[in-house]
Design a protein around this ligand. Sequence first.
Ligand code: FAD
Length: 422
Amino acid sequence: MRDFQEKIIDDSILEKMSLENVFNIFNDNVFPMLDEEEREYCRDLQEFCLNLDPKIDKSKDVYVLFPELGKRGYMQRINLWKDFKPYGMKKEILLATHMSMLDPQLELARLASGILCGNPTFHYFKHGGTNEEIRKVQDELMSGEKVGCIGITEPSQGSDAVNMKTICTKTEEGDIIYNGEKVYTTNGPKADYFCTYAVYDSEKPRKTMVQSMISRDMGVETNRLNISSVPRVHIAHTILDNVRIPKEYILADNGEGYVRLFEGLVPERLGIMGSGIGICWAGLIYGIIYTNLRKQFGQEVIKFEGVGFGLAELLSKCTAATSLALQAATIYDEKVLFADEINKDAEKWVAGVSSQGKYYVSKLTHEVCYEVQQHSGGISLTDNTPIDELMDTSKIEEVIGGARNIQLFIIQNQLRRYKSLL
Ligand SMILES: Cc1cc2nc3c(=O)[nH]c(=O)nc-3n(C[C@H](O)[C@H](O)[C@H](O)COP(=O)(O)OP(=O)(O)OC[C@H]3O[C@@H](n4cnc5c(N)ncnc54)[C@H](O)[C@@H]3O)c2cc1C
């Protein structure tokens, strides 16, 4: 049982507001969309979450939990690491969904370390990289023993990230020196590794972008930002003042960093959809449980149409969003990730849908949590239910991985290209 600052929720309702009941209702809605292997994978995840849940101390940072995730290969599941199977984009989405239902702040930090920082190490080897230093980084990130983050956004370059101002120069020995600043680096203050981008020539970022794996002891300085909605996750202002990166830690050089940046965006956005779907289901299901049990005017409040119809509408949207995410992941797995030959049309489709889905799902997280709070009443604003924490985390889902308008901007460009078909 969680420690509350002051408990006012009815004991008989509190008993039913359990993660186990959340999973039961989730399974009833989502399992019919999955095959038996996927259902088995979810059952394992749920068993893991139910065991971890009582050990989570909400007064502590999330990072103490990383090694627990690492032991089960749950820092990410897009790529094969050691012999943790099954894997692929659909498994990653299901992992992210469950982690958000368990603990949305833990999920935010896991995504930044396991996917945003970890995924580039897999891409490095896929593209022929051979340095064992990167293998060690990968193992440390995947085991949860070390914390990773990604440094793209800068004080003056947010949505316009490609025109970054962090400059790098190459030494005679082939090492690289970074000078610049990054902001909103999720996990930054706690991070051991920073997957960070810079350019040789800020006038030609696409041709000169570099992607490197910087270790904190190479001289990175971080200062924590005050972001009150996720108090258990540390987010940084990251300063790179003559940080020298040995050549073994360069993941992609001479403009290849730009290609990798965009290569990473599709799995990243699909992954964020998974985190968002978990927030949607958790928020909605806690609302369903509470309103089925809370009585006013002599009856359960869900029986008032003002409440029940609202939740019914949210359920329809959650099902639609989940179906979209699972379908996008299925196509990505079958036609891109596991395909002998990548299907270019499918790859293009998934790239477009990752923006549409990220836009839709992250916006929905906010709508679901806010509406559930209105339908559930005051209790959902207190720490007696997890709904307010879900609400707080939902704000961030919409900004990370490219703000709302940037997704719409990408989708708009797709619409404008249709002129050539006319
Ligand atoms: C909590 C949190 C965690 C984050 N984690 C990370 C991280 O780990 N690593 C990292 O590198 N970054 C991270 N980010 C940064 C995030 O990706 C950026 O905040 C985001 O890309 C937007 O940049 P910006 O905040 O500078 O906003 P700006 O780019 O300044 O945008 C301001 C407003 O203008 C709009 N806008 C901008 N350009 C256009 C356009 N062309 N058309 C229409 N509207 C436009 C935006 O949608 C927004 O509403 C994080 C951010 C937050 C808040």
